[in-house]
Design a protein. Structure first.
Length: 148
């Protein structure tokens, strides 16, 4: 006689698969029968502080009026302030191979970017220089840099 094609392991796997399918159908039927309050139970409200609640807002409470134009989204704009264009400083770093560096202003101790295209005289580190400031893509840049 020929042996059955299904082994014991295959039969157990098939039983587990059928049981899983029956459990899934039973859960589905349970969900359908116990829907609760329906749509009303699913609604959520946002209170005046931005928190999510399940109670509707009180219509007798006075609403705060907010001017939409006064709301700023993002970084506040920088005000272009008048800057004395002639400055004195000291070269804190300059890489001649890459063609850029930084100048430390003697007045306010701020560092300004300088590019080789903004140089009048050749400069090196620790040189005292005079320069002007111009607005660049990422802030103020030193231009027209001369050795003092």
């Amino acid at each position: 006689m020929a042996k059955s094609q299904q082994t014991y392991n295959k039969k157990e796997i098939e039983k587990k698969r059928l049981k899983k399918r029956q459990d899934k159908l039973a859960k589905k039927e349970d969900r359908k029968s116990n829907t609760g309050g329906g749509f009303d139970s699913m609604i959520a409200y946002v209170d005046e502080y931005g928190r999510i609640t399940d109670t509707p807002p009180d219509p007798t409470k006075k609403k705060k009026v907010i001017d939409a134009d006064s709301i700023e989204i993002g970084v506040s704009k920088r005000v272009n302030e008048e800057v004395n264009p002639f400055r004195k400083g000291k070269v804190s770093f300059f890489d001649t191979s890459k063609g850029y560096g930084f100048i430390l202003d003697t007045d306010n101790q701020e560092k300004y970017f300088v590019h080789v295209s903004g140089l009048i005289d050749e400069i090196g580190e620790n040189d005292k220089v005079s320069f002007e400031l111009e607005q660049g893509q990422k802030g103020l840049n030193a231009v027209r840099v001369k050795k003092v």
